[in-house]
Design a protein around this ligand. Structure first.
Ligand code: ADP
Length: 438
């Protein structure tokens, strides 16, 4: 039997016995008075506990167990145990929920959860950056009131979510490219997933440009070459003319050779992921080489000065360093009109070896500065070609410097000249016997 029934029955039997004894000893009236008093006391105690239970259920305070004896004590204790179990379950669900939110927040993708009416229910920090949203302010707002781009609105309303939508970001991310896809779930709810693909798009565009550029760069000399060949085959040429044609053909072949050899250098640099060894570069030999090459190329058309600290060297691959620094000196000569000055410095700046080439040449427009190290990027195509450029020199410089943990800084003013400086890190800077020359 239910313990409450058992206890109630025992209490009634006990009260009956008590009244019977009282009746036998002191008469019926005394027995009745005793019964009324005990029942009244029981009823008051019941009312007191009922209102206590009422208050407890009205405003539950977890952990507080009202003390009481008998059945009420048992009820309070059981309620406490129930509350404890629920509390544990709620805490577990809360922890799981918090972990889930943390995981979505840690994702590099933007996540927006929409309700049945496409109103925002929740969004993570990345999606706020992608769409310029504010998690608090924009809660329960219709997403198309905030993300108003027609392509997005059309995509959302078309209910065809098999493919992704490529669109530009908003707010802070307005210059970024986003890939967006909607995933329906639950009861007509939606999850909007966004991914920043700016870098991917840029690399893809660069790859396409590169293939187009290589084809174009090789196509021009090839067309010229085949034109000359055609002429030589079709027309009877005098010896002098034949020699001139052969000379021009040799120039075009040399140009193609330059391009292919620069491409091979680049491919080798890109393919070699090992950091260059710790060999100390013979900078005296490198600087001598640079100076000889510069004087040869300039042919006395420029004023060249070299100031170098010969006690300073770097750890790395000599051929790569020679190629990178050589490109900078050659560029300075090629892009400085006759009579200009070129100043080369090799010195230490706060413990770092620095190589700098300053020229008084054409300079570079500010808009082109950020793209100079891209393959085949040229400010002035015809000048680059006329002076034997392949458009790959600075790309090679960039790769060599990256491999040597060095930094390239370019300062330039259009029409006034440029300074290209290379800063090697302290970790690669080496001091040999100190001596200096100018
Ligand atoms: P290129 O073979 O065309 O010289 P680079 O990669 O070496 O290719 O240089 C890229 C472009 O940067 C050049 O076409 C030129 O327009 C510009 N440039 C490089 N160095 C200088 C310089 N010292 N002064 C002016 N422009 C320069």
């Amino acid at each position: 039997m239910n313990p409450i029934w058992t206890r109630s029955l025992i209490a009634i039997v006990l009260l009956g016995l008590l009244c019977f004894v009282a009746g036998a000893l002191a008469g019926v009236t005394a027995a009745l008075v005793l019964a009324v008093v005990v029942l009244l006391a029981q009823s008051l105690s019941g009312t007191f506990h009922k209102q206590r239970l009422w208050r407890l259920l009205d405003a539950p305070a977890y952990g507080e167990v009202p003390s009481a004896s008998g059945v009420w004590g048992e009820i309070y204790y059981r309620l406490y145990k129930l509350a404890k179990r629920w509390h544990g379950q709620v805490r577990q669900i809360e922890q799981q929920h918090a972990r889930f939110i943390q995981a979505i927040q840690a994702s590099p993708n933007g996540v927006v959860l929409l309700d049945q009416h496409d109103r925002i229910e929740w969004c993570n920090a990345i999606s706020q950056t992608h769409f310029g949203l504010d998690a608090q302010r924009d809660l329960h707002q219709h997403i198309t009131h905030l993300v108003r781009q027609p392509t997005f609105v059309r995509y959302l309303n078309a209910h065809q979510y098999d493919g992704t939508l490529v669109m530009s970001g908003m707010g802070e991310a307005r210059y970024n490219v986003l890939s967006v896809q909607v995933f329906p779930y639950g009861e007509r709810r939606k999850l909007v997933l966004s991914q920043d693909i700016t870098e991917l798009e840029r690399t893809d565009a660069m790859r396409r440009d590169f293939v187009a550029n290589v084809s174009h760069e090789l196509k021009t000399p090839l067309t010229v070459l085949s034109g000359f060949l055609e002429t030589m085959r079709e027309l009877p040429l005098g010896e002098a003319e034949r020699q001139r044609y052969l000379e021009l053909m040799a120039q075009q072949a040399a140009r193609m050779q330059h391009i292919v050899s620069d491409l091979l250098v680049l491919a080798k640099l890109e393919g070699d992921s090992r950091p260059p060894g710790e060999h100390i570069v013979d900078m005296r030999a490198v600087l001598r080489h640079l100076r000889d090459d510069a004087e040869n190329l300039s042919g006395g058309r420029h004023r060249l000065t070299f100031a170098s600290d010969l006690g300073l060297s770097v750890a790395g691959v000599e051929s790569e360093i020679l190629s990178a620094l050589g490109n900078l000196v050659t560029n300075a000569i090629r892009y400085t009109p006759d009579g200009g000055t070129i100043h080369v410095v090799w010195h230490d700046v706060m413990g770092c070896a620095v190589f700098a080439v300053s020229d008084s040449g054409l300079g570079i427009p500010a808009a082109d500065m950020s793209r100079l190290t891209e393959r085949f990027y040229r400010v002035d195509r015809s000048r680059s070609r006329d002076t034997g450029g392949t458009g790959l020199g600075l790309a090679i410089v960039k790769h060599v410097l990256q491999r040597h943990d060095a930094r390239l800084e370019i300062k330039s003013e259009e029409g006034r000249g440029s300074t290209f400086s290379v800063q090697f890190p302290v970790s690669r800077t080496v001091w040999c016997e100190a001596s200096s020359e100018d």
